[in-house]
Design a protein around this ligand. Structure first.
Ligand code: MLT
Length: 362
């Protein structure tokens, strides 16, 4: 028999409680068991506390609620939480609250931000080979986008962004073709663009594409674009239907021209420094959550895009089919592509990519 003295809180008869000593008499075996239970409780308490204490990750997004970025980001956050048994939560900061898209990439590359979800055109300045995904008319369908991002080309681009910018792409949001919007007039043909002030992201390939179409566009950060359109600093811009809708561009734009020059992809990025600081288990959870969210994003695009187009029309926007898109395409391919052969790994590399897509070599 052993006696254990415990300092415990107990209830007094007058309804108050106070700390006192109670003597509990138990057998040796009971004592060992009691200590075992106490140690187990303590370990559970410590591990629960540690789990609860895991600092949430931070994710920056350029777009607002309801955008494909937000839908993809939210899916990833839920999956990561599930896969880590609730240990890894993530706080999402929408609408460029943590800075414009290019500055959030910069922060992630320095390890100051965990995740960012941005348009691919904003990654190219940090890792030029990614520009292959912004070459006009390279991807001509969702299937092309999936083939490029989820095959060998995509794996190479992921490795290049780690090497060039210390960021790792862990998921791809598919957001559809970038349609051209403006507030001045319906654009049917290339010649209708004349005199329009068009906003583009600070992306050389996109700037050169508009130049090939005969106008000099205005590079402007995404976070300034709505205000730029509202104040008439620029007359138009291009972005996918789902982004145009989520960002409420129908309030400041009237016409949409349904060109298909760029299939928009918005990668989900983790800071490589942050990624390398995680255990193997958490790294695997991040990669698996990114892959599942990517697959979800493709389904979401197919389900939503037509509804969103109809919604934009009901908000008063006019959708115009370009009269001869072949001309837009020929000018862009003949004038823009050759300028970027070297930066994108050479003409042979582009031919390999075209072959992957089942298209003719250049
Ligand atoms: C841009 O035009 O800069 C991007 O497409 C904006 C976005 O992230 O949706």
């Amino acid at each position: 028999m052993i006696a254990v003295r415990l300092g415990i809180w107990h209830n007094n008869n007058d309804g108050t409680s106070s700390r006192g000593k109670r003597e509990i008499v138990m057998s040796f075996k009971q004592g060992i068991r009691a200590w075992g239970v106490a140690v187990l409780c303590l370990a559970t308490l410590i591990s629960t506390e540690a789990a609860a204490r895991t600092k949430p990750f931070k994710m920056a997004l350029g777009d607002g609620g309801g955008s494909p970025q937000q839908v993809m980001g939210q899916k990833f956050v839920e999956l990561l939480e599930q896969k880590t048994d609730g240990r890894h939560g993530t706080l999402m900061f929408l609408n460029g609250q943590l800075g414009d898209e290019q500055s959030t990439i910069n922060d992630a590359s320095m390890g100051l931000l965990d995740f960012t979800l941005v348009a691919i055109n904003n990654v190219t300045p940090f890792s030029p080979s990614v520009g292959v995904l912004t070459l006009p008319y390279m991807m001509q369908s969702l299937e092309d986008a999936i083939a490029l991002t989820q095959g060998e080309v995509g794996q190479q681009l992921v490795a290049n962004t780690v090497r060039d910018a210390n960021i790792r792409i862990i998921g791809w949001t598919y957001t559809g073709f970038r349609a051209l919007t403006n507030a001045k007039r319906p654009i049917h043909e290339l010649s209708d663009l004349k005199g329009l002030k068009m906003r583009v992201p600070a992306n050389d390939i996109m700037i050169d594409t508009y130049r090939a179409w005969g106008i000099n566009p205005t590079p402007m950060a995404w976070s300034e674009t709505f205000t730029g359109l509202q104040l008439g600093v620029v007359d138009g811009q291009d972005n996918p239907y789902m982004t145009i809708y989520a960002m409420k561009f129908s309030e400041v734009q009237d016409y949409i021209t349904n060109i298909r020059y760029l299939f928009s992809i918005e990668p989900l990025i983790v800071s490589e420094e942050v990624f390398q600081a995680q255990s193997d288990e958490v790294q695997q959870a991040i990669l698996a959550a990114g892959q599942e969210a990517t697959e979800f994003s493709a389904r979401y695009l197919v389900e939503q895009e037509d509804k969103i187009r109809a919604e934009l029309v009901s908000q008063g926007m006019e959708i115009i089919e370009p009269a001869n898109e072949r001309e837009w395409m020929d000018r862009a391919i003949s004038q823009v592509w050759p300028k970027y052969y070297d930066r994108l790994g050479g003409k042979e590399q582009l031919n390999r990519i075209l072959k992957t897509l089942g298209r003719d070599e250049i």
